[in-house]
Design a protein around this ligand. Structure first.
Ligand SMILES: [Fe+2]
Length: 348
């Protein structure tokens, strides 16, 4: 030990180049499909805090394909759709993390059973209802949308969009495939128009009187309210968090994981730990309008106001249904088959 210490300066001189390369290892390479402006301030804060430089690459789509073709290009993956982390895990593209901090601070429902990935934030897929035409508390569950009372009054984006496939797969796991089938058929029967457009386009259709109800991700409400051109759409509606008396609302998760790259596992693990810390979570929640994985994170007023017309919802906090991601993935093909049978996206 002593000898090595005395030899170090000489070794450093001789192998100056190698040491310079090691100094460069105080960087962590991150690949993400999240919006760059959501993560860059967080990375900058992390650099001032730790001196660790984050090299980031952003891909809009095809993160899983990129990981397959270049599995060690990054040390850490941050994604808005944790479902792909389950896929990556099954393809052995992830390295389980080893962190007593995460084990102590992150509840099990936010960790993969084998610690291959974690949930960083989540957002429920909720009901947007017309303030003018839908009485508060007249709808309590997703299944209530199939009631004949709402015939011709519901708008939704394509049934095949990831958000809806995830929702329907969660329902299949939670309530069984026959219940999911009955929901798809009943919802289809109640549609006001052919499924088209994105989540916000459905809220706009409520504002314009074309329908009274839609399904969408919760964060679109604060996003619309912050946008002068869309504020009226948001203001015409209120959120209903479904299934609060049963298992909880279905959610979409954002997540993170280590790749199989082995150049700087400790530093990548530290960044992962930071992402679930109070400070890391505040950055994520305040830029994405999603929900934190810690209860001690201060939420913005725009989030705290969500669901304020709904009995039992306080400060925007709702009951979520944390169905394991592998269970959700297993139902996807069966859901697509039912959508095909019903011809869900066709003209009515
Ligand atoms: Fe979205």
């Amino acid at each position: 030990m002593m000898l090595i210490q005395r030899l170090l300066p000489i070794v450093a001189l001789t192998f100056g180049i190698a040491f310079a390369a090691q100094a460069a290892d105080t960087t962590v390479r991150v690949i993400s499909d999240r919006t760059p402006s959501h993560l860059e301030p967080l990375f900058e804060y992390y650099r001032t805090l730790t001196g660790v430089e984050i090299e980031s690459a952003f891909v809009d789509k095809g993160l899983i394909a990129r990981l397959q073709s270049r599995p060690t290009e990054a040390d850490l993956i941050i994604t808005k759709t944790a479902d792909i982390l389950e896929e990556a895990k099954q393809q052995r593209l992830l390295r389980p993390f080893d962190s007593s901090t995460i084990a102590a601070e992150l509840p099990a429902r936010f960790r993969d059973a084998d610690d291959a990935y974690i949930t960083l934030s989540y957002r429920p897929r909720v009901i947007f209802a017309s303030k003018e035409r839908v009485e508060p508390d007249s709808i309590e569950t997703y299944a209530d949308l199939t009631d004949p009372e709402w015939r011709g009054r519901i708008c939704i984006r394509s049934g095949y969009h990831n958000y809806n496939l995830s929702l329907l797969s969660q329902m299949a796991e939670d309530q069984g495939l026959p219940a999911a089938r009955a929901f798809i058929m009943g919802l289809h029967a109640n549609l006001a128009r052919r499924p088209k457009g994105n989540d916000r386009a459905q809220v706009r259709a409520i504002y314009e009187g074309e329908c009274d109800l839609s399904l969408g991700n919760s964060y679109y409400m604060p996003i619309m309210l912050a946008n002068p051109e869309q504020r009226a759409w948001g203001k015409a509606t209120y959120l209903i968090f479904p299934n609060q008396e049963s298992g909880g609302s279905y959610i979409m998760r954002g997540g993170a994981a280590l790749t199989t790259a082995n150049r700087n596992v400790p530093a990548a693990t530290q960044l992962l730990e930071f992402l679930v810390s109070n400070a890391g979570q505040e950055f994520i929640v305040n830029t994405t309008f999603e929900y934190p994985v810690r209860d001690d994170v201060e939420m913005l007023d725009s989030l705290r106001a969500l669901g304020n017309r709904q009995e039992g919802i306080e400060g925007g906090r709702f009951k979520a249904n944390f169905i394991p991601l592998d269970a959700i993935a297993a139902h996807r093909d069966a859901i697509v088959t039912i959508l095909d049978e019903v011809d869900f996206d066709s003209d009515r």
